[in-house]
Design a protein around this ligand. Structure first.
Ligand code: ZN
Length: 179
């Protein structure tokens, strides 16, 4: 059983800067672990720092999120050493949550489209443009690699509103378990 416990808000490891992964052999077990943990917790994206590994790797699986949306195509993929090389001026709003911050959901404004570069699971360099839910999740997970959480991107009023919930999450962080 490779499943890992997900680190909860308040854990310093979520705030560390991750490093590029150099060794291909290192990536396969990590990616496997991320997908496995993601499927157990039932999210749409998971970044290495969330399982206590500060490497520039994350996975996205949007199938459950958008299976009923004819306008979106789901992806299930791993992203190694990702970079965002272009952001659209046009922005969009999406109600985000995070497996590391249970029960907290807020609207986050982000660029609607991005151009990204990364290594795929075969360690091949890929460049592509992303839109919609894929671009959204990519930006959220990419932030994790810089130690940034979606709550950092909220306005002052949102931050004040969620402060009591965040304190509660922090206080109970050792008590969250897989359902
Ligand atoms: Zn997250």
């Amino acid at each position: 059983m490779m499943q890992q416990k997900i680190l909860i808000y308040g854990d310093d490891r979520l705030r560390k800067l991750s490093e590029n992964l150099i060794n291909k052999d290192q990536s396969n077990p990590l990616i496997h672990q991320l997908f496995e943990t993601l499927s157990i917790y039932g999210g749409i994206g998971l970044a290495s720092p969330q399982i206590g590994v500060n490497e520039n790797v994350f996975v996205i699986d949007t199938f459950n999120q958008i299976k009923n949306d004819p306008n979106e195509q789901s992806i299930k993929r791993a992203f190694i050493n990702p970079q965002i090389v272009w952001y659209s001026k046009k922005q969009s709003v999406f109600n985000e949550g995070c497996l590391s911050i249970p029960y907290v959901y807020e609207n986050v404004i982000r660029p609607e489209s991005i151009k990204v570069q990364y290594l795929n699971e075969s360690f091949e360099q890929v460049e592509e443009t992303m839109n919609g839910i894929t671009a959204r999740v990519f930006q959220h997970e990419f932030d994790h690699l810089q130690g940034i959480l979606f709550i950092d991107r909220l306005n002052m009023f949102q931050k004040i509103r969620i402060a009591p919930q965040l304190n509660k999450v922090k206080k109970n962080k050792s008590n969250y378990r897989v359902l």
